[in-house]
Design a protein around this ligand. Structure first.
Ligand code: HEM
Length: 548
């Protein structure tokens, strides 16, 4: 009897357990269904919001649901922006896909406002840096993540570095000159590779100190950095990281080699010199992680003290741990080298094609040198040289667009224009820097005098190109150098919240370099190879030693 009762009980309890399980499963399915519905509705709602807000912005009609997906080559895209701005005004939209809105802005005042309000960078840029160098704060798309590192790097670059008499120490310039001598003993050089090497040496010594000059692996490091630069955008352009592609893993192995080399140079120069200690406290953790013994025995120095002052505990704790060791260092080396090399290349190209200007700059350098007591370059007194650097940066073809977005909030301009959150904002900097309405009828010509004005009259620009010796005489001070950033259409270093923190350092560094270079050499086009139409590396140039 008991056993019968037991089996009835078992049957009842197993039945109620099953029912309970069934009910629970139903509840889970309902919750999942509601969550998915809410999530989808939210997405649809966001999409309608984007479409309705975007409908207020003028722009070409979009024939395909997938948007203007095929925008052609870089040149075609800039042409498209130029034509569309002429047609739709200073702000227009372009659909890149059903959910991807691009808004281009060409009005200088609106651009200034936008670059101050839109704090975030495109996730694509952050992805390119993350794939190559691991997670880092500098160059991260969200401003909140990048802000502190930006501030500490800016403080170091614009404070300690610019505070020195010469932004680039004399031994570094001498090292570059020695290399130029060595190259010249073999013949002419291509403009691109010599500019790249100069930029690499300036940045390397700024980050790692003098140890970098004697580092045996520097040449390999430079080659690796350039190989990575070539492919970085390509691999970042995949929506899903292409782990299945062999080429991607080859690229990753280059990135790993670069990381090991960075850790190696960090180890060699120890904690006590260079900018690196202020950007990556994690670098020493990294050295241990990859099995290299951390630098030891170096006496505590100013660098270490400065390091403690520069980083707040908040940054040292939570955020630092999420950063890849040396990620910031590699990011700065990468961006700084490419951008500085491009500027040096642009200056060299302008100087070899405008020999008269080169001679005037040479006279200015000699005059300033004669007036100075010590070995200081005093580049801040070389107004024509600095104006030439600004002008070469203005005409720089690299980086034709500035890109921003506001990840969370809509952007509301004073004029009432509203750009929905998440839209890609672009500034066609190249068009703007060549625009007649901002630069006058000679906007496309090389004219450094546009950055000089007569002392006391800000608006009185020196348009007269017969720049006399007296005019460049710093003692007489008859001319002043305008702040290039006064013109809202001067954007080679960007502007606003995410503007380049290396602007002053790069300009002073490049000026110091050219002051030494032009003092010793005349730079000329190689007469035999000047007109070689096949050259993809810029003109072939020669450095001719000056008599003195
Ligand atoms: C001629 C040389 C250089 C040029 C033309 C240049 C140009 C630029 C441009 C256009 C941007 C983006 C700005 C924006 O979106 O508004 C940028 C960002 C940046 N630059 Fe430079 N740069 C140069 C050299 C350097 C150097 C030498 C350093 C550091 C040592 C540096 C550090 C940075 C950093 C950290 C950012 C990122 C800012 C951020 O994402 O928040 N740059 N640079």
């Amino acid at each position: 009897m008991n056993s019968v009762l037991n089996s009835v009980n078992d049957f009842v309890s197993s039945k109620s357990t099953k029912e309970y399980a069934k009910k629970e499963l139903n509840a889970i399915l309902w919750v999942a269904l509601i969550t998915i519905t809410v999530f989808s509705l939210e997405k649809v709602f966001k999409l309608f919001r984007l479409w309705s807000k975007a409908s207020q912005i003028p722009g070409p009609p979009c024939n395909s649901f997938f948007g203007h997906g095929n925008l052609g080559s870089r040149e075609n895209f800039i042409d498209l922006l130029s034509v569309s701005h002429d047609k739709y005004g200073s702000v227009f939209k372009l659909w890149l896909g059903p959910t991807q809105l691009l808004v281009s802005i060409k009005d200088p005042a609106l651009i200034k406002e936008m670059l101050l309000k839109a704090e975030d960078k495109l996730p694509f840029i952050g992805k390119a840096f993350r794939l190559a160098f691991g997670r880092s704060s500098l160059f991260f798309c969200s401003y909140d993540q990048a802000q502190k590192r930006r501030e500490s790097l800016a403080l170091e670059l614009n404070g300690k570095m610019l505070g020195r008499a010469n932004v680039i120490p004399k031994n570094v310039v001498d090292c570059i000159m020695e290399r130029v001598d060595a190259i010249m003993s073999k013949g002419s050089v291509d403009c691109k590779s010599v500019s790249q090497h100069m930029a690499f040496t300036i940045l390397g010594t700024a980050l790692f100190g003098d140890t970098f000059l004697a580092w045996s692996k520097a040449t390999f490091y430079e080659e690796l950095l350039m190989m990575i630069a070539k492919d970085a955008s390509f691999w970042a352009s995949y929506r899903v990281t292409p782990f299945w592609k062999r080429g991607f893993w080859r690229y990753q192995s280059l990135c790993t080699k670069l990381k090991c080399l960075t850790l190696d140079i960090v180890q060699q120069c120890g904690k006590n010199y260079g900018l690196f200690s202020h950007m990556d406290q994690n670098s020493h953790i990294g050295i241990e992680k990859v099995g290299i013994k951390a630098a030891s025995g170096a006496p505590p120095s100013n660098g270490v003290e400065m390091q403690d002052k520069l980083f707040s505990p908040e940054l040292d704790g939570h955020l630092n741990e999420r950063e890849e060791p040396c990620g910031n260092i590699m990011g700065v080396m990468f961006h700084g080298c490419i951008a500085t090399a491009s500027l040096i290349g642009s200056i060299l190209e302008r100087l070899v094609t405008d020999v008269e200007m080169q001679d005037k700059i040479y006279s200015e350098i000699i005059k300033v040198k004669q007036g100075s007591v010590k070995e200081d370059q005093n580049v801040e007194k070389m107004l024509l040289l600095l104006a030439t650097i600004y002008e070469s940066a203005r005409l720089l073809p690299a980086g034709p667009l500035l890109q921003r977005c506001s990840l969370k909030d809509d952007l509301i301009f004073k004029s009432g224009v509203v750009i929905p959150a998440g839209a890609v904002l672009v500034v066609p900097a190249q068009l703007l820097q060549m625009d007649d309405s901002s630069w006058g009828s000679d906007a496309s010509k090389f004219n450094p005098y546009r950055f000089l004005s007569k002392a006391g009259k800000d608006s009185d620009l020196v348009q007269d190109t017969s720049f006399t010796e007296e005019a460049v005489d710093p003692i007489q001070c008859s001319f002043i150098l305008n702040d290039p950033n006064d013109n809202a259409a001067f954007l080679p270093f960007g502007s606003g919240m995410r503007a380049c923190v290396g602007q002053k350092f790069a300009i002073h560094g490049v000026a110091t370099l050219f002051a030494s270079l032009l003092q010793r050499y005349e730079v000329r086009l190689d007469p035999q190879l000047a007109n070689n139409p096949k050259s993809t590396t810029g003109p072939q140039i020669v450095f001719v030693r000056r008599n003195s």
